[in-house]
Write a protein that binds this ligand. Structure first.
Ligand code: GCU
Length: 667
């Protein structure tokens, strides 16, 4: 009989997040029988043994011959119903709760389901319920550099300290901590991690070849929790690592090089997930240099991975970042669709096109990317950003569950078609917000974003508020009602609050160039990055209509092309993304655009002040270190929100000359 896999020991001072040991008490105080075998079954065994050791229960394996009644039976079997690799069924009758799974991950996910249920798992009768993930690949992309980058640091856009995996040019060699991370991920349903930055610099490139052993060590640490490892690779690898003269994806020697590289990866990591590629994007090499298409590029790597069951995740974040701001015809929002929609049907079966949820870059408000409605013959993955690059950088509270849920529920083809959560056959991916910070995510409340992502990836039509309650229930075990109400109050509306005090009505950016924190209304207005608002004395916004603008609105199918085409039907929150309108334009809300700008910015600050008051009132119910960390970040959030309010309001007062009708102070 294989030995149970021991539960990772959290290093001293590291927050248990949504897996506090006490959460295992209901399970650990009972008699459990585990049936079946397989590597992850040994992980389940380890979990139950650990809980029993703590709380006095007992666990037996199927062959031990005991006939005693069990409170819990965890059973991996080739059941009558195909639960797939990851699904499980849970029921309770005659005093026994039974979890059945046919795949090894299913039993692990079933175990965490029992943990979430707590004492309820062992009460009364429960009819059989089947749980299966709607999306097979639920992935986190770490933008972690192995070597500290002179501008981007250890983790690009990382706001939670250093990398969990790398430090100063090498692997940290802390497998126990990585395993603890894998455990947290499994407990919210995440099953894949890409361990290095999509911008692959020289040191990182070598992870594919002579430094592969470091990746294999990470894979070994993540494997017991069912998390597969992926690697970002550079398209130029055959040249920079292989010494070939070309990286042309149609060149036979290049294809042979990739095939060989993939074979070596699988020899070291048999369950390797695949490659992530950022090509021809923001200076990264790609197939354009050889006159080849993105499908040619993706398919070359897909062919190398195919014999081993791997997948290439090819990112659709391709646009001209050397644009002339004087040129009003080039529209960055159009770029992904223009590049990729014509290639629909040309991508290999094991190539996934990874599309950011919006057409720009993780702004607080964007429409859903039109690419998601335009490529029915391509496996698409949707990428969201848990690291809050443009949403407060884990210094501001900004729970992104409602934003992601809106995007996943959006129906690109109108009521008749599927929603984004269904279109994303290739997976759901989040840019990770985790680092070596003792709270994992810098801001303790940003843990809710990671948890919510995992659970939404499992079930994209789930109610984010239900997920948040689940997170609260686990993280703040046995929380009194006042704490639950307080946490809901500070988190539920936090995304909209952030939206209110930053760039208005979908226009986006207005951040400080480079690091992207804090306001700078014209920071990107005369830059090559293609991110403009075009404010003048008469109005503001980008005309993306087909009739008079860049034509972006026409990239949508029905009904959205019509809805977005005219300011009369365009939703208020996206008005300035799609249209350039006068300041006196009246929104559906009944307010003028200029008055909306003033009001929303005052409201955003007031809501932040109120959230801080609520948080202060919870001091007696939250562990001091956690409370203090959040309070300290709230002080910065409030300072920053006021800065945003005053800069944005003053800017628009000065441009428009229209005073605030309520006579508040605008500088
Ligand atoms: C944003 C971000 C970059 C990142 C890029 C990407 O532009 O600022 O740091 O590399 O997205 O998604 O590739």
């Amino acid at each position: 009989m294989p030995l149970p896999v021991p539960v990772p020991v959290l290093p001293e001072g590291i927050d248990p997040a949504w897996l506090p040991p006490e959460a295992f008490r209901p399970l650990g105080a009972r008699r459990t029988r585990i049936r079946g075998s397989g590597p992850l079954v040994e992980t389940v065994h380890g979990e139950v043994s650990d809980a029993c050791r703590r709380f006095g229960g007992e666990v037996v394996r199927d062959d031990d011959g005991t006939a005693a009644p069990y409170d819990l039976v965890l059973c991996r079997t080739d059941g009558p119903e195909d639960l797939g690799d990851e699904g499980f069924a849970c029921e309770r009758s005659a005093g026994t709760t039974t979890v059945t799974a046919s795949g090894p991950r299913g039993l692990l996910y079933g175990l965490f389901h029992v943990v979430r249920l707590g004492e309820d798992a062992f009460r009364g009768e429960r009819p059989r319920e089947v749980h299966r993930p709607a999306v097979a690949l639920r992935m986190l992309d770490h933008w972690d550099n192995v070597a500290v980058h002179p501008v981007m640091g250890q983790v690009e856009r990382g706001y939670a300290g250093g990398s969990l995996f790398w430090r100063d040019g090498r692997a940290r060699g802390e497998p126990e901590r990585v395993r603890a991370y894998g455990r947290l991920l499994a407990a919210c349903g995440i099953n894949a991690v890409s361990v290095n930055n999509v911008n692959v610099h020289a040191t990182e490139a070598r992870l594919l070849t002579d430094r592969l052993g470091e990746v294999a060590d990470l894979a070994a640490a993540l494997r017991p929790y069912g998390v597969r490892t992926h690697l970002s690779v550079t398209f130029a690898a055959p040249v920079v690592l292989g010494g070939l003269a070309t990286a042309d994806p149609l060149d036979a020697s290049v294809r042979a090089w990739w095939a060989d590289a993939a074979a070596r990866v699988y020899a070291a990591i048999p369950d390797f997930g695949g490659f992530v590629v950022k090509a021809d994007s923001e200076g990264q090499p790609g197939p354009f240099a050889y006159g080849r298409s993105h499908a040619d590029g993706a398919d070359a790597l897909a062919a190398a991975l195919a014999p081993h069951g791997g997948t290439v995740h090819w990112r659709a974040f391709v646009y001209d970042h050397r644009q002339d701001w004087r040129d009003r015809t080039t529209d960055r929002a159009r770029a992904a669709y223009d590049h990729f929609a014509p290639l629909d049907g040309e991508f290999a079966d094991n190539a996934v096109l990874q599309v950011k949820h919006g057409p720009m870059d993780f702004q607080v408000r964007e429409p859903v990317s039109p690419v998601l409605g335009a490529m029915p013959r391509t496996r698409l993955a949707v990428e969201v950003q848990a690291t809050q690059e443009y949403t407060g950088q884990q210094r501001h509270v900004c729970w992104l569950g409602p934003m992601w849920s809106e995007a996943l529920r959006f129906r690109p083809g109108g009521d008749a078609g599927g929603c984004v959560g269904e279109v994303a056959r290739g997976g759901l991916v989040a840019v990770s917000n985790v680092g070596d910070d003792p709270f994992w995510t810098g801001h303790p409340l940003a843990q809710a974003n990671l948890y919510t992502f995992g659970r939404l990836a499992w079930r994209p039509d789930d109610d984010p508020r239900r997920i948040l309650d689940e997170w609260i229930g686990l993280t703040f075990l046995s929380a009194p009602e006042r704490l639950i109400t307080g946490l809901r109050a500070v988190l539920h509306g936090s995304w909209r609050t952030y939206e209110k005090y930053t760039a208005p009505l979908g226009v986006g950016f207005m951040v400080q160039p480079g690091h992207h924190y804090g306001p700078s209304v014209d920071g990107y207005e005369y830059s090559p990055w293609g991110t403009y608002h075009f404010a003048d004395r008469d109005g503001v916004g980008v005309d993306r209509s087909a009739a008079t603008g860049t034509g972006y609105a026409a990239q949508y199918g029905k009904p959205w092309a019509e809805v977005y085409e005219s300011p009369g039907s365009c939703p208020d929150e996206l008005l300035l993304f799609f249209h350039h309108v006068p300041y006196e334009h009246v929104l559906h809300s009944g307010k003028t655009v200029i008055q909306h700008i003033y009001d929303s910015h005052f409201e955003g600050v007031e809501e932040t002040e109120e959230a801080l008051r609520v948080w202060e009132g919870l001091a007696d119910l939250v562990a001091p270190a956690r409370h203090a960390r959040v309070a300290e970040r709230y002080a910065e959030q409030l300072r920053s929100a006021r800065e945003w309010r005053d800069q944005v309001n003053s800017y628009f007062l000065r441009k428009s000359g229209v005073p605030d009708e309520r006579g508040r102070t605008v500088y």
